[in-house]
Design a binder for this molecule. Structure first.
Ligand code: GLV
Ligand code: MN
Ligand code: MN
Length: 414
């Protein structure tokens, strides 16, 4: 551990606390894409990047960047980053820890950036979670040049489109293409992230290396029945959308376990929502993952077939609309070797390798440059919840490993 490590890690944790206060919710952390809180977090991160010696800019997708030139100006960049947006009622480390650790690494390396055979760039992605517009990885997809034009018309729960929100944020939708980066301008992308699962803790390891990242598919579902009087409607005449949706939810869990995948209904709402009305409509979300895309797709098929049959038996309609699909990606072997070398520099010479059940911006960036990831242990594997927690020594180890990984990439390229 470098003598400055505990102070760096303390600063990262203090800054995580500072950013947690940049929230649209008075009771928890919520910072969504293209919101005033997003602008504020970007400005704070830009200030910290500038203090670390970086030149900063915000791109047309709302991603905040910083750059240190290497041994000559204009070299391709090794990019370190993660995201600053959050889920609703979030923790304070998912994404944020990766951005702030990267700033510490840049701060350490700034005095000798002139020796690096690449530029070092930092990025704080704008929309990994998809909380506001139900479509994830849009900031990193814009950088990868895989922006979808139909995303502009996606709406938030108040009916505001991505286009309107982007304009209010000060972005110009006609210039989204300027956010895209060219493969020849990049060396690779390294992302540090909390594990968001319990494997590192169970193995007694502070850090782990990510072999691959599972790609999720997400859907909006509607079960359509008939709203009627809760007292007067005999059971043979009921077409209760909530009871049908209940069958769907139970099948989602059962099939995911049977087929060794992961599927979650995270949002469900019954309409019209009266205590004395048989629910006529249920809207719900569905998130499906597996280590391999083919297994995930098989699970989607099984859930769909079962849900259709269950709804048909009850005289209910079922509509499923896909809102997000990310292909799983394998991390790059050579860049991963640098992550392994980085973790070895912290004393763990045989780090735990795992596949990420959570999605990350690295998945989108893999379309244009090699990617690799380091995981940091989090308490009880908890994430996407206010109780997310990390320890100072683990964060210190993460910063050291990320710095050592960058230096290993530099050594391999010199
Ligand atoms: C991102 O946090 C995800 O849903 O995996
Ligand atoms: Mn997340
Ligand atoms: Mn994340």
């Amino acid at each position: 551990m470098s003598p400055e490590t505990p102070a760096d890690a303390r600063r990262v944790l203090d800054r995580c606390d500072e950013l947690a206060a940049v929230s649209s919710s008075a009771t928890g952390v919520e910072r969504v894409h293209l919101s005033p809180e997003h602008a504020r977090a970007n400005a704070i991160a830009a200030d910290w990047m500038a203090q670390a010696g970086l030149r900063t800019w915000c791109d047309q997708a709302g991603n905040q960047w910083g750059r240190l030139e290497g041994r000559e100006p204009g070299l391709p960049a090794l990019v370190l980053g993660s995201h600053l947006d959050t889920v609703t009622d979030a923790g304070r480390y998912d994404g944020i820890l990766g951005v702030l650790s990267a700033i510490e690494v840049a701060r350490r390396l700034a005095p000798r950036a002139g020796e690096l055979p690449f530029a070092l760039e930092l990025v704080a992605f704008s929309d990994e979670e998809g909380t506001r517009f139900s479509t994830a990885l849009t900031g990193s997809s814009a950088v990868a040049g895989t922006w979808h034009e139909d995303w502009w018309e996606r709406t938030d729960r108040d009916g505001v489109t991505v286009r309107q929100a982007a304009e209010a944020f000060g972005l110009d939708p006609s210039r989204i293409g300027e956010a895209a980066r060219e493969p020849q301008d990049l060396v690779g992308y390294l992302e540090l992230h909390i594990e968001q699962g319990p494997q590192l803790e169970a193995a007694g390891r502070a850090l782990g290396v990510v072999a691959s990242i599972a790609g999720a598919r997400r859907f909006t579902g509607r079960v359509v029945g008939e709203a009627r009087h809760a007292g007067g409607t005999p059971y043979p005449k009921r077409r209760d959308a909530l009871v049908g949706a209940g069958e769907v939810v139970l099948a989602v869990e059962r099939l995911a376990v049977e087929l060794d995948g992961i599927a979650t209904v995270g949002r469900l709402q019954a309409f019209p929502g009266g205590v004395n009305v048989v629910p006529g409509l249920v809207e719900f979300s569905l998130d499906v993952r597996a280590e391999h895309d083919a297994d995930r797709d098989a699970l989607v098929e099984a859930i769909t077939a079962h849900a259709r049959a269950a709804c048909a038996r009850r005289g209910l309609g079922l509509e499923l609309t896909e809102t997000h699909r990310a292909a799983g990606v394998y991390c790059d072997a050579e860049l991963t070797a640098s992550v392994v070398a980085g973790i070895a520099a912290t004393g763990d010479h045989d780090p735990l390798r795992t596949w990420s059940r959570a999605g990350h911006d690295a998945m989108a960036i893999a379309a244009i440059t090699p990617v690799a990831m380091v995981f940091v242990r989090c308490e009880d594997g908890i994430s996407h919840a206010p109780t997310e927690a990390v320890t100072l020594p683990d964060v210190a180890a993460g910063i050291d490993a990320l710095e050592a990984a960058v230096l290993d990439v530099a050594a391999r390229r010199s």
